[in-house]
Design a protein around this ligand. Sequence first.
Ligand SMILES: [Zn+2]
Length: 456
Amino acid sequence: MKRTICVCILLLMSVVFASGQNAASPQRPDAEVEKMIKEVSAESVEAYIRKLVSFGTRNTLSTQNDPKRGIGAARDWIFDEFSRISKDCGDCLTVEKQSFTQPANPPPRGRIPEPTVLTNVVATLKGTTDPDRIYVVSGHYDSMCTSPTNAECDAPGANDDASGTAAVIELARVMSKRRYDATIVFMAVPGEEQGLLGATYFAEQAKEKGWNIEGMITNDILGGVTTQKDSPHRNRVRVFSEGVPSDETEREAATRRSVGGENDSPSRQLARYIKEQSDRYLKDFKVWMIYRRDRYGRGGDHIPFLERGFAAVRFSEPDEDFTHQHQNVRTEDGKFYGDTPEYVDFGYVANGTRVNLIALASMANAPGKPKNVVIVTGRLTNDTELRWDANSDKDIAGYEIAYRDTSHPEWTHFIPAGNVTTFTVKNISKDNYFFGVRAVDKDGNRSPVVYPRPGR
Ligand SMILES: [Zn+2]
């Protein structure tokens, strides 16, 4: 009897896997991604960080036309660096200075005493088959000393946030040697310390123009401060993701109160995806998912994206040392204060950069997320029916149904659904589990999971 059941299950499995010539292959590590992981270099990251620190201050209010000191010099150097990288890849990047005038918002309410020109430096690597699908990775190149409006003091900002800016430039250098289905935007923004201003401008433009940004990562304080080298969290990077969407509507809130979903925002699916993909490649460096938008009393450049409906997460080192952030460079009672390169662990920054690379390359080569995913609630049944729109990717193989126990933090089960737009999971009730759908291409690349809305 037992043997018969086993044979039946085996037969059933072979039917499932053999059905249709478009069946997805299992997701093996991608050889090009493995090569790129090796190409990310701590020495390269260190050189970028030291160069950014050499501008003395990068305060958003500092001088913009001194070639050696101030935010203008930093802006021009980042632009030149992106341009040089682009030359190396046959002009594969579109490198732009996106300037705008930020209106005055003087203290004590704001941190912009008079109207100030801000410039995002943006390098775009256009996707080959699906260029309208966009992933954004950013760091902020501005810095501050103790006072956010002091434009004269030295503000080296080696960790906050030359580390994140260096990660972005390193990603552009390594990733621009290859091509991806979707578009990747490498971006360095100013005005973070003044109120997330550069990122807000970019996110607002993206919303107005209806850009399909499927994921955004901000790298901020990625330095792995050396005073925390003995921390038990040393071998991982924090990835902050919000639970309840910042742009949630009243109606969505009512659904969430009724059937849950506070742990299933697009941002959280992005965080789970980053962890899942990173685990495939990195054995000694891990993603530490933090289930909150950001730290107490603090924010970052992912927030303006979240507020405009884009999935976005923040990368940061696991243990911060506040004597080496936002400090006038000084020695007081024998103790040194200041965000200088001596306190940055360049190997740690390189590892954080590798996690970014894995996530971006995996998403940009995978199909886009399934759209209009609905969990059908029209009649009472212990089956679970899902439907979604057909994905337009040319190499789509099909879809997978994800599910997990409602109290589980990550997706645990995946069912191949084939190349269909509706699927019924028999005898597993939507009342007892959380469900989602992801797309799979013929090479086995998976999109992030989409959590459904209820519908009839
Ligand atoms: Zn910062």
